[in-house]
Write a protein that binds this ligand. Structure first.
Ligand code: C2O
Length: 537
């Protein structure tokens, strides 16, 4: 196995978007940032140099980080943020997983522009469990704000309001022909009669997305870096944080075809928030045909089409023989209820007027610790007072008031954990994409409506993923083995919901046998922060 080495310099760049020149924070002056491309089994070393004015960390979304929890990235969970002019080298291996993952900033809203693909191919000698693609195209879907995204966060979320919606969607950083300055379009040139693997990533902050290509169907072969049995569809549905690997056969009449991206607005009632209703386009152009021929446009679903979304999600199956079996028996059984409400503002947030929109899991509105120490730093260094271990197994008794806390759930090494995620009917209901760091989980069952209590589980070929889109007014049952010691964030991947408190943290203990105990952290890791140097973003 090789070691793939990268240097990521996070800094300001000027970019022309929607007809004006704007300064954004990005990696190596690129939007999206550089793709990481490795083979399964490789080691990775990324030196992140922070030339931006903000505190920054990078998270390798979906990478297990087995025995390297200090390389995971969420600010104040697994490390102290990298301060302006500082740097940190993330060192980890990618083992036991293949497919499309991605990386993004994990501090404030910076991931709006600090993101890129993380591609894991089979190691030499191993094949894909499907006919090898002739060509691959990473498709990183994003959201664009004309304003500085840290200001968008500070003005909205911390002031207790919903955030402003994005001004555009992007495909590989470009908005496409339906926006002002229409020539800013991503074009993928493909060979005719080829098997093309699209590696599609939703790097957006706010929006569930529909993705289609005119005149072409998809065969989905993996999601979240985990193989699926073939799912044939003409529409990909991707929640923030998720990825989809889909084969497209370029057997249509030679020409150009639009790829289109629009929001799947899961809010009900829909009028609760004005969502970004625009459509990004890119072009799939057959090699040898003219770029100027007018491409065909796909017919998109309506933005509120949850039936199409649920048919896609509920239809996914794992691919037998390509991953671990469903673990059993269950050692830890939890119900986690997602809740929305209001809490008094953080007194340090001068923009807030009394109360702020808040969210909770089992009544606990999660607050990051600090700024004195990360959760992992507090654990490794034996500091007390940074977090408590009383996250409730749930569900909360009805009438329980929401309260702020930095509560973790302790899990014994190797315990099998099952969680019934409940997303009760409230006003508004909304699909929450819940992401688990450090693991893939099996999706044993999911549905709309109130959780019926007993449901049939798929223990034969459930899909494994790292981000589950829990339907608004619905539920999902997931299961995983806690075989990776560390502090692992479990949170909504709608970015505004993180500061509102829609998350919690699993603290997985070391085992007692050799190889199951967390080694000493690397000397250059900063888990306990120097409060004096801690800049406020
Ligand atoms: Cu992709 Cu905690 O995030």
């Amino acid at each position: 196995a090789a070691t793939a080495k990268y240097t990521f310099t996070v800094g300001s760049m000027q970019i022309n978007q929607l007809c004006s020149s704007t300064s954004i924070i990005a990696v190596n002056g690129q939007l999206p940032g550089p793709s990481i491309e490795v083979n399964e089994g490789d080691a990775v070393e990324v030196k992140v140099i922070n030339n931006s004015p903000y505190n920054v960390t990078i998270h390798w979304h979906g990478v297990f980080q087995l025995m390297t929890p200090w390389a995971d990235g969420p600010s104040l969970v697994s490390q102290c943020p990298i301060q302006p002019s500082g740097w940190y080298t993330y060192r980890f291996s990618v083992a036991g997983q293949e497919g499309t993952l991605w990386w993004h900033a994990h501090s404030s809203f910076l991931r709006a522009t600090v993101y890129g693909a993380f591609i894991v191919r089979p190691r030499a000698g191993n094949a894909y469990p499907f006919p090898a693609p002739d060509q691959e195209v990473p498709i990183v879907l994003g959201e664009w704000w004309n304003r500085n995204v840290v200001d968008v966060e500070n003005d909205a979320v911390l002031a207790g309001q919903l955030p402003a919606q994005s001004d555009a969607f992007t495909v590989n950083g470009k908005t496409g022909l339906l926006y002002p300055c229409a020539n800013d379009t991503f074009t993928a040139v493909v060979e005719p009669n080829a098997r093309v693997l699209l590696r599609v990533i939703n790097a957006g902050l706010n929006s569930h997305l529909f993705f289609k290509v005119a005149g072409h169907n998809f065969t989905v072969v993996a999601v979240d870096g985990s193989y699926t049995s073939n799912l044939n569809t003409d529409t990909l549905v991707i929640a923030p944080g998720q990825t989809v690997d889909a084969l497209v056969s370029t057997a249509a009449a030679p020409g150009s075809y639009y790829m289109a991206v629009m929001a799947h607005d899961t809010m009900s009632p829909l009028t609760f928030a004005a969502s970004d209703t625009s459509t990004a386009t890119a072009i799939l152009q057959y090699n040898g045909t003219s770029a100027t021929a007018t491409p065909a446009m796909p017919t998109m679903p309506s933005s509120s089409d949850s039936a199409t979304a649920n048919a896609f999600y509920f239809g996914l199956r794992g691919l037998a023989g390509t991953g671990p079996a469903v673990p059993a028996p269950v050692d830890v059984s939890m119900t986690i209820e997602l809740g929305l409400g209001q809490l008094p503002c953080d007194p340090s947030q001068t923009k807030c007027n009394g109360t702020a929109a808040a969210a909770a899991m089992n009544g606990v509105s999660f607050r990051l610790p600090g700024p004195e120490a990360s959760l992992l730093g507090a654990h490794v260094n034996g500091l007390s007072g940074v977090f408590t271990t009383d996250f409730p197994d749930g569900p909360p008794p009805s009438g329980t008031a929401m309260a702020v806390g930095t509560k973790v759930k302790k899990l014994a090494y190797n315990s099998v954990v099952e969680i019934v995620l409940q997303n009760p009917s409230a006003v508004p209901t909304e699909n929450h994409p819940i992401h688990l760091h450090g693991f893939n989980f099996f999706v044993l069952a999911q549905g709309v409506g109130a959780f019926p209590g007993t449901v049939a589980y798929n223990l034969v070929d459930p899909v494994a993923r790292n981000t589950i889109a829990v339907p608004g007014g619905g539920w999902a049952v997931i299961r995983f083995v806690a075989n990776n010691p560390g502090m692992w964030f479990f949170h909504c991947h709608l970015d505004p919901h993180v500061p509102m408190g829609l998350g919690m943290v699993f603290h997985v203990d070391s085992g007692t046998t050799p190889g199951t105990t967390l080694p000493l952290p690397p000397a250059d890791w900063v888990g306990v922060c120097d409060a004096q140097n801690y800049a406020t973003a």
